[in-house]
Design a protein around this ligand. Structure first.
Ligand SMILES: *[C@@H]1O[C@H](CO)[C@@H](O)[C@H](O)[C@H]1NC(C)=O
Ligand SMILES: *[C@@H]1O[C@H](CO)[C@@H](O)[C@H](O)[C@H]1NC(C)=O
Ligand SMILES: *[C@@H]1O[C@H](CO)[C@@H](O)[C@H](O)[C@H]1NC(C)=O
Ligand SMILES: *[C@@H]1O[C@H](CO)[C@@H](O)[C@H](O)[C@H]1NC(C)=O
Ligand SMILES: *[C@@H]1O[C@H](CO)[C@@H](O)[C@H](O)[C@H]1NC(C)=O
Length: 288
C-alpha cells in the first residue's frame, strides 16, 4: 500500500526535489543585500539614498535587470531621473528615496533564469505639524489638538501621555485618522484640565522599526495654566501697586513733616543768636 502510494507520487516527489535544487542554485547565483533575509526586507530612510545590491556569484558577463512591482524600472514615471544603475557593482540606487518608492523590487539575470525579490519599505519618521509648536502653553478649558505627521510605509501610531500608552481613544482623549490616512495621527482633547499638563509623545512603528528595534518618537510638553491664574496675577499687580502707593504716600508725608521740622530748626540758631544777643544786651544793660 505504502509502496504503491510512493510509486504513484514519485514523479511528483522528483519534481519537488528538483525544484528545491533549482531554487537552491538560483538563490546561490544572486545575493541580495537584504536587511532582514528571512522576510527579504530592505529598509530605507526617507530623503536618503536607497541602494539595492544583487551580487552574481557565477563568473561571466551577465546583465542584471531591475523591476519594481513587475515593471522595468526604466519605464516607471515616478522613478524618472531619480535612480542610477551601476552594472559593474550590481547596484540599483535611488538617490533620494520617497514614501512612494516602497514596493516589491526584483533583480534578475535572464541568461541564468535567476531572480530575487526585495520587499522595500520606508522607515518611519514622525514630526508635529509646525503650527502646533505655539500651542504648548494653554489655559484650562481650551481645546488641544496635536497632529503627528508620520512618514514611512504603513506607520502605526500610539501616544504616550505622561506615562500611560494609548493605542485607541478614550472618553477624554480622542484619536482620529488624518487626511493622509494614518490612524491615530490626530489627538484631540476638547477641554483641557490641569491634569493634562504633561508630556505628549507620538510613537510610530512599522515592519522596519520591528527590525531596527527603534520606533520613531516625537515629544511635546503641554503646559496648562489655571483659568483664573491670569486674573490672580493681575489682582496681585494691582495689590502691589496699591501697597506701593500707600508706602510712597506715607513716606512723602513723613518727609514733608521732617522738612517742616528741619526748616523750624534752621531758624533756631538765629533765634538763639538773637536770644543770646538779647541776653547779652540785657546783661550789658543790667551791668550798666
Ligand atoms: C557584493 O560584492 C561586493 C564586492 O565583492 C561585496 O563588498 C559585498 O559585500 C557583496 N554583497 C553581498 C550582499 O554579498
Ligand atoms: C529594462 O530596460 C532597460 C533599458 O531600457 C533594458 O536594457 C533592459 O533589458 C530592460 N529589462 C527587462 C527585463 O526588460
Ligand atoms: C526558468 O525557470 C522557470 C521556473 O522557475 C521554468 O519554468 C523555465 O523553464 C526556466 N527557463 C529556463 C530557460 O531555464
Ligand atoms: C508615572 O509618572 C509619575 C510622575 O511623573 C510617577 O509618580 C508614577 O509613579 C508613574 N507611574 C508609573 C506607573 O510609572
Ligand atoms: C509587515 O509584516 C507583516 C507580517 O510580517 C506582513 O503581513 C505585511 O505585509 C508587512 N507589510 C509590509 C508593508 O511589508
Amino acid at each position: 500500500m505504502e509502496c504503491k502510494l510512493i510509486s504513484r507520487y514519485s514523479p511528483l516527489l522528483v519534481l519537488f526535489l528538483a525544484s528545491l535544487i533549482t531554487a537552491q542554485t538560483v538563490s546561490d547565483v544572486l545575493q541580495p543585500n537584504y536587511d532582514d533575509p528571512s522576510n527579504s526586507l530592505k529598509i530605507f530612510d526617507i530623503a536618503k539614498p536607497l541602494t539595492l545590491g544583487c551580487n552574481i556569484t557565477k563568473a561571466g558577463d551577465y546583465e542584471l535587470s531591475w523591476t519594481k512591482d513587475g515593471e522595468n524600472v526604466s519605464e516607471i514615471e515616478s522613478l524618472k531621473d531619480r535612480y542610477t544603475i551601476l552594472q559593474k557593482e550590481r547596484k540599483f540606487i535611488i538617490n533620494r528615496a520617497l514614501d512612494s518608492d516602497a514596493g516589491t523590487y526584483t533583480c534578475s539575470v535572464r541568461a541564468l533564469n535567476a531572480s530575487r525579490t526585495f520587499n522595500v519599505i520606508g522607515n518611519v519618521l514622525v514630526k508635529f505639524e509646525s503650527t502646533e509648536i505655539g500651542k504648548t502653553n494653554m489655559v484650562e478649558g481650551e481645546p488641544l489638538t496635536l497632529h503627528c505627521v508620520a512618514y514611512g510605509t504603513n506607520p502605526k501610531i500610539t501616544w504616550i501621555i505622561g506615562n500611560t500608552t494609548l493605542s485607541t481613544g478614550t472618553e477624554h482623549v480622542q484619536l482620529e485618522e488624518d487626511e493622509r490616512g494614518v490612524e491615530n495621527a490626530r489627538l484631540t482633547i476638547s477641554s483641557v484640565t490641569l491634569a493634562d499638563y504633561t508630556d505628549y509623545t507620538c510613537q510610530a512603528e512599522n515592519n522596519a522599526t520591528s527590525i531596527t528595534g527603534k520606533p520613531a518618537q516625537v515629544t511635546m510638553t503641554v503646559r496648562i495654566r489655571g483659568k483664573y491664574a491670569a486674573l490672580y496675577v493681575f489682582l496681585g499687580i494691582i495689590a502691589e501697586v496699591v501697597v506701593l502707593c500707600g508706602i510712597i504716600l506715607i513716606c512723602e508725608r513723613r518727609r514733608n513733616k521732617t522738612e517742616v521740622e528741619e526748616s523750624d530748626s534752621d531758624n533756631t540758631p538765629d533765634q538763639l543768636k538773637n536770644g543770646h544777643n538779647g541776653n547779652a544786651s540785657e546783661l550789658r544793660q543790667r551791668k550798666s
